[in-house]
Design a protein around this ligand. Structure first.
Ligand code: B12
Length: 137
């Protein structure tokens, strides 16, 4: 599957993206990596340009709930991108308690998978991608 891998607008961390890119490529996916600090507008343009099967967003700086919300809302506002599968994960918030509310908001906005930063979350991402691959095939 073709995966568009992207950081979020305020997040300058890069090793999460390097790791995820290698992780996904090792599992046979074709990865287009946009790098860090990707605005919702740039993400939208890249989705049109590369026509991925799935978008994977990664954030670790603690502003992921807010940044990914803006990104997903922007994608869902575009009719041609409204159904594009989106998974987001990493260290999405700065505090444990706000996590579930933030995750709920992301799902309500149209995010298909909201994941954390553990090994189990990477396995869940693989399962999510396998399920999408069956839909695409
Ligand atoms: C290295 C580092 C930096 C470097 C980044 C260098 C670079 N080129 O990337 C520098 C010094 C620049 C930096 C800056 C900052 N950092 Co920093 N940084 C780290 C540090 C020490 C390691 C991160 C790292 O590279 N890990 C290695 C990669 C491979 O692992 P990872 O990032 O965790 O990614 C894994 C998982 O998160 C997960 N994952 C990530 N994305 C996704 C997506 C999906 C879908 C899935 C399933 C899984 C997943 O999979 C990855 C592989 O296991 C962490 C602390 C830590 N020990 O994690 C803090 C940390 C991430 N930084 C933090 C912060 C706050 C900042 C700053 C805001 C600090 C500041 N006040 O300026 C700035 C960021 C500014 C910005 N605009 O984004 C916080 C974030 C807090 C939070 N989320 O609650 C952390 C957790 C430190 C802390 N404990 O407070 N940082």
């Amino acid at each position: 599957m073709k995966i568009l891998l992207s950081g979020t607008a305020s997040d300058s961390h890069t090793w999460n993206l390097v790791y995820l890119g290698l992780f996904l490529e090792e599992r046979g996916h074709d990865v287009v990596a946009l790098g860090p600090c990707v605005s919702p507008g740039l993400l939208t343009a890249a989705c049109r340009r590369h026509a991925p099967d799935v978008v994977v967003l990664s954030s670790v700086n603690g502003h992921g709930y807010r940044d990914a919300l803006a990104a997903v809302r922007r994608l869902r506002a575009e009719p041609d991108l409204a159904a594009l599968p989106v998974a987001v994960g990493g260290k999405l918030g700065v505090a444990g308690r706000s996590g579930e509310a933030g995750a709920d908001r992301l799902r309500e906005a149209g995010c298909d998978a909201v994941l954390g930063d553990g090994a189990g979350d990477l396995e869940t991402l693989c399962a999510f991608l396998s399920a999408r691959a069956r839909v695409v095939a």
